[in-house]
Design a protein around this ligand. Structure first.
Ligand code: SF4
Length: 436
């Protein structure tokens, strides 16, 4: 996996231009795949879809959804519920593993990455996490170098729990920090102050877990230059393998939406401020030895390859496990029920679960969009009928300093291209779709 080869001249970023390449900034990769919707065909059951399919040798990913949080963040409207899981939830997950691996296509696959996401996976008790990890090894063929990520809050994890799950294979930890600044933490509804967060990270790092990273939220309401500098100084101080950077999205129905919905409105002024914060993070990250791996990810080279997302974007299958988990198998999109009752019920006959099927060239375009998420436009991978238009569109975006030609028919995203990356992906995928 290569990191994004930006055309960054030294560390200076271009100034924000009010001549915006797009009227709104798309901030989610879900926006990038929207143009592929016409390639979604209809529903089928998992049993019908996988019948007579055989597994190939491409490594796949497993996503386990743990939809519980002890405390609800003020910006969140994700698929989760308040509380902590009882042991019954681990029982259900293990039953699901047994059920899905009766399907030959699932059983015979090779799995190179496992991701515990949520919600807050660390709300599971240590014994439950241990037996889920053991069951994964019993039921699935995991590669020798499998990456197993645990998303965690700071309040649900201590050294004993971390030591125990590392012994069972967790080798990547993603901490939901969001900010070290105390005002920002209160605003976002995070527990504890910045010093408390740093002390936890130092203790976790001391256990020898090399691939330890965190989420950073920027452009929250009234975030000052000093507040961002405070976050960047904390990141410099801690020996992190990487960090994800997310511009705050204020979602309807979240607590923050009541008081700060106006912050969600994009104007040239708010976009200029967002760019300023984003470019400062990229500059500081580079100075500290991080490189851009993906639109929202900076890593120390060699320490975090983020294999889970890389496999997904390379078009590999992602097997969803757990209530509310989403994934994709052999081109079929799947979403497990979020309600525990409906999820438990669905385990009676997993082959009856319904998903959305897609038709070619959905997979090729999904990989094309995935390459853009990792900083490269690869026109050679899309149907030939679309090449001429796609190249013309790329050249326009070169003129606007979003792309740099690499000289081999491919392009890399500039820092400005990374900022507008989901817009660029949606635009270029839409351009291909028009020619099909
Ligand atoms: S942001 Fe994450 S930790 Fe916070 S409530 Fe939402 S799912 Fe839970």
């Amino acid at each position: 996996m290569t990191t994004i080869a930006t055309d960054m001249p030294g560390l200076s970023m271009p100034a924000f231009s009010e001549d915006l390449p797009y009227p709104r900034r798309k901030r989610s990769h879900h926006d990038a795949i929207m143009p592929l919707q016409p390639l979604c065909e209809g529903t089928a059951t998992l049993g019908e879809h996988l019948l007579n399919r055989t597994a190939d040798s491409r490594p796949r990913a497993i996503y386990l959804h743990i939809p519980f949080c002890r405390r609800i963040c003020h910006f969140c409207n994700m698929r989760r519920m308040k509380g902590s899981p009882e042991s019954r939830y681990a029982d259900l997950l293990i039953r699901e593993m047994e059920a899905v691996t009766r399907i030959p296509y699932v059983r015979d696959g090779i799995y190179g990455a496992v991701y515990f996401g949520g919600g807050t996976p660390s709300t599971l008790s240590t014994p439950d996490l241990q037996r889920i990890l053991q069951a994964l090894r019993t039921h699935f063929q995991l590669t020798d170098d499998v990456e197993i990520t645990l998303e965690s809050s700071l309040s649900d994890l201590d050294e004993d729990k971390l030591r125990a799950v590392m012994a069972e294979g967790i080798n990547r930890l993603s901490l939901g920090v969001q900010t070290f600044h105390d005002r920002g933490r209160r605003l976002l509804g995070r527990l504890g102050d910045g010093e408390w967060v740093k002390a936890h990270i130092r203790r976790f790092r001391a256990l020898g877990l090399d691939n330890l990273g965190m989420d950073l939220i920027y452009h929250y309401p009234m975030q000052s230059d000093g507040e961002l500098a405070h976050d960047l100084a904390a990141i410099a101080e801690l020996d992190l393998a990487g960090f994800s950077l997310y511009s705050l999205m204020i979602r309807e129905k979240s607590r923050l939406a009541h008081e700060h919905m106006a912050h969600a409105t994009q104007t040239p002024q708010t976009l200029a401020r967002e760019w300023q914060l984003f470019s400062r993070i990229l500059e500081a990250g580079q100075r500290q030895g991080f490189e851009s791996l993906e639109l929202t990810k900076m890593v120390r080279p060699g320490r975090d390859r983020y294999r889970y997302v890389a496999l997904r974007y390379q078009g590999g299958d992602t097997l969803p496990l757990g209530a509310g988990a989403g994934g994709r198998l052999a081109g079929m999109m799947l979403m497990n029920p979020l309600s525990l009752e409906a999820y438990a019920q669905s385990l009676e006959r997993v082959t009856d679960r319904e998903g959305m099927t897609t038709r070619p060239p959905y997979d090729a375009l999904y990989r094309f969009i995935g390459a853009i998420q990792f900083g490269h436009v690869t026109p050679g991978t899309v149907p030939e009928a679309a090449h001429a238009d796609l190249l013309a569109r790329c050249e326009q975006r070169v003129d606007q300093a979003l792309l740099t030609p690499l000289g081999d028919g491919r392009y890399s995203l500039t820092p400005k291209g990374i900022f507008w990356g989901n817009n660029l992906a949606a635009e270029l995928a839409g351009c291909v779709m028009e020619q099909l």
